[in-house]
Design a protein. Structure first.
Length: 75
């Protein structure tokens, strides 16, 4: 399991194979999103847990991309 962890929770004790702290800057998060996802893939993570950013501006685009990466959504 891989976890996208907000910087406010950096250092929190988690039992996960890979923990990546996402940048505070939405621009940096958006710019690195696919790199972060590839890193989880390279480390063999079959499940990724991510809290969605506030859905305004770039946060809306990031949330959209995370939902698409999650696969089909139930109706």
């Amino acid at each position: 399991m891989g976890v996208f962890l907000p910087s406010s929770l950096a250092g929190a004790p988690l039992k996960a194979h890979t923990v990546l702290t996402v940048p505070d800057s939405m621009a940096a998060y958006a710019h690195g999103l696919y790199r972060f996802l590839r890193e989880f893939d390279q480390r063999g993570c079959d499940l990724i847990v991510a809290s969605l950013p506030v859905e305004e501006g770039l946060g809306l685009a990031i949330a959209n991309r995370l939902r698409r990466a999650a696969g089909p959504q139930p109706s």
